[in-house]
Design a protein around this ligand. Structure first.
Ligand SMILES: [Zn+2]
Ligand SMILES: [Zn+2]
Length: 306
């Protein structure tokens, strides 16, 4: 038995020596060193270059989180970590938005894209004040918004994109396009390694409908430019954040929505703005640790999102 193992080991070493001698014929010592360095460099730096976090900061909301910030009825969320820095909605009062940004040490000039979800004042009221600080942005808004809002963008010298159907905003970020029959609203979809992140303004078309539409969109390919979605595109929903518009509903009605969201396999929820305290309580009960309590100043970091 030992003799046999010895013979096998001897044969293995002989083969290894023959292999290395062969390799040496093709590569000299210098190329071995270069190859080693290149491999080491790639292994050390590739993960750092690829992994990027997604940061979501609530800069305007009627729910208190950071007591140093001002709360008003409305919503605005800053999205960082994508190719472009996005400000989703601008709240009702521009000066409050800008003061909150200043306290959070967010320079308005670093925003590349502004998305307006829908016509209500508490989401678009801060537009002119914001554009005065930074007119070098592209503003995406529902096509159905009045000309007066579109003129504000043009007069400030910013770029206007009128959104009707779903559209790609930048890599990994999409607008659902105008949804809803009564109040037209667009939501933001961000594709991350953990699944989709959906940000809603007021969710007037219904939060469950928005989730369904987002899933459908990413399955079939979102923009006219990209007819077919790449196969790796995940349509699992990791997080839905924003106004869910449930503040006028009773417990029975809210429960139905909570169950609907659960049925869509939404992993985590962060309702704020017009969601209402009752809905926040019932979502917390249903989601436990996957419920995120948010309000003005809350920052959510999604690690290694891209
Ligand atoms: Zn609204
Ligand atoms: Zn609202």
């Amino acid at each position: 038995m030992y003799k046999l193992s010895g013979i096998i080991l001897f044969l293995m070493f002989t083969l290894l020596e023959v292999f290395l001698k062969g390799m040496r014929r093709f590569f000299n010592r210098k190329s071995f060193v270069i190859l080693g360095l290149l491999t080491g460099f790639t292994i050390s730096f590739t993960p750092l270059a690829i992994a990027k976090d997604l940061d979501l900061t609530i800069v305007y909301d009627n729910n208190t989180y950071n007591e140093k910030l001002e709360t008003r009825w409305g919503f605005s969320c800053l999205v960082e970590g994508l190719e472009k820095t996005i400000l989703f909605d601008v709240g009702g009062e521009g000066l409050v938005l800008l003061r909150n940004m200043e306290k959070l040490k967010i320079d308005p000039k670093k925003v590349d894209v502004v998305i307006l979800s829908h016509i209500h004042y508490d989401h678009i009221g801060g537009l002119s004040d914001f554009l005065r600080e930074n007119p070098l942005v592209t503003v995406y808004m529902p096509k159905s918004l009045p000309q007066s809002v579109k003129d504000k963008v043009k007069d400030a010298g910013a770029k206007l994109v009128e959104v009707h159907s779903s559209i790609e905003i930048c890599k990994n970020a999409y607008s659902t396009g105008e949804l809803g029959a009564w109040i037209k609203e667009e939501s933001l979809i961000i594709k991350t390694s953990k699944g989709m992140v959906i940000i809603t303004g007021c969710a007037h078309p219904g939060v469950v409908n928005i989730v369904e539409k987002a899933k459908e969109m990413l399955k079939s390919g979102v923009s006219p430019v990209r007819k077919k979605a790449p196969p790796e595109l995940s349509n699992e929903v990791y997080l839905v954040l924003g106004g869910f518009h449930l503040c006028w509903m009773n417990a029975w009605q809210v429960e139905r929505i909570v169950n609907g969201v659960k049925k869509e396999k939404v992993e985590r929820v962060a309702p704020c703005h017009c969601s209402g305290d009752l809905a926040r309580k019932l979502f917390e009960k249903a989601y436990g640790r996957d419920f995120i309590l948010i309000g003005c100043g809350k920052k959510i970091r999604i690690k290694d999102a891209f």
